[in-house]
Design a protein. Sequence first.
Length: 240
Amino acid sequence: MPQSLEEDTMNFLQGKSMAIDLPRLFIWGLMLSLSVLVLQTGCMTVQDAVTGESTYNLFSMEEDVALGQEVQEQNLESFRELGVPVNEDQEQVARLNRIMGRLKPVVDLPDLPWEVNLIQTNIVNAAAAPGGKIIVFSGLYDPENGMVHNDDELAAVMAHEMAHVTCRHVTESITRQQGIETSAQLISAVLGQAAGSTAATAFSYLYSGTAMFLFPHYSRVHENEADRVGLFYMAKAGYD
């Protein structure tokens, strides 16, 4: 008997393997509202705020922020619906905000609406959405299974995620992977009605198809760039 979406999601949160049910995932993709986005109609060459190099990105900074807000709200709502604690450990939330408060002034886009949220699960990871939205999973600093053991190491992870944001890796990936023709179809879907198959396809390139959540895939080039830029940010903020 197929597992329910909730069972799949809880398996994911508990770090268990699972068989992905493609029809359910497709339905989930269609349900994601993209109505907050307004995209440009041509492939835009922009200057990377971090590297100064020319790159292609259909999205304006305002659209990055809108997309990030949509993704963040979707993720947090999904966790809450499953009873997963969000921002309930006030001591750790304060710790994350303190670290972000030191990093934010030194990043390349300090005026973005930066926000960090804590998800209380054993997932050993962190994630970023465009426009300054960061998620940290408490498993990251778990005493037994976590990867970070002090503020310096946690700052390194957060700086890496913030670098994905400032380098605009998410919307750059959408632009490059979809191409001009498919991006035009995406624009039509976004501007018109509820998200259709084209919009779902765009997000399938970018986000993992795991249950109800939107977590980005990055290329190795983007990961390496985020490593370099993130280390620069944490050093500027005074972390070791």
